[in-house]
Design a protein around this ligand. Sequence first.
Ligand code: ADP
Ligand code: ADP
Length: 233
Amino acid sequence: MFKIENLTRIYNTGNTQVKALDGVSIDIDTADIFGIIGMSGAGKSTLLRCMGMLDRPDEGSIEIDGVDVLSVTPRQLIEVRKQIGTVFQGYNLLMQKTVAKNIAFPLELSNTPKEDIHKRVTELLELVGLSDKAQSYPSQLSGGQKQRVAIARALAVNPKVLLCDEPTSALDPLTTRSILSLLKEINQKYSVTIVIITHEIGVVRSICNKVAVIDNSVVVEQGETKAVFESPR
Ligand code: ADP
Ligand code: ADP
């Protein structure tokens, strides 16, 4: 579903250059929960931003279901963006809006009829287990609950893939487990491809069937999680 080839991204700041990605290639299938693991500064967020069409690589190609998304027209780009849901680090919720309004927001932006919005928001609140929090504000929620709202909002327009940037790094172990099982449910029940950026091996081991290890702007290993993290002897 995602075919990434030879991505290179160079940041120019003043007279210094940082090569945040250097020839990164990754293959992700529809059914995957794909982990991208690496240390801080390795290039993970840059890669995720390029995959989410929020940043543009200097070189390389990105295909989604066979479509070369780096060379589509602006009109097609709007459609491509709808196929990609993003869960940002730090949630990015709108603090002045209720939980229901936060989830409804992308639907309002895409001019969805009011009745359809209500129906979809009801479904999503149920999916993430926050039906009783529809009228609460983000400041009244725990970290795990905020993450559930962010996930529901990212799913609102029915994306094919959900990109998650460190979805559990701010959460305690128990909450981490519940968020990971929610992501697994979304992958299995709704056939949404999941990509998770993390620096925690435990996250990859617990739900990712495949993993790419990124170190110093380069993919150093990639494959089935079992093969990558349990070296045969
Ligand atoms: P990670 O998500 O793995 O921590 P990043 O993709 O955030 O890594 O960063 C990769 C490298 O690119 C780092 O050296 C970082 O300092 C640099 N970098 C990231 N964003 C920018 C930016 N906007 N401008 C300049 N350098 C950046
Ligand atoms: P508004 O004042 O604009 O109705 P709300 O926060 O009540 O603000 O609702 C925002 C959106 O979320 C609306 O589209 C509404 O249909 C939907 N919504 C509100 N509450 C619920 C709920 N409990 N279940 C499902 N959808 C809801």
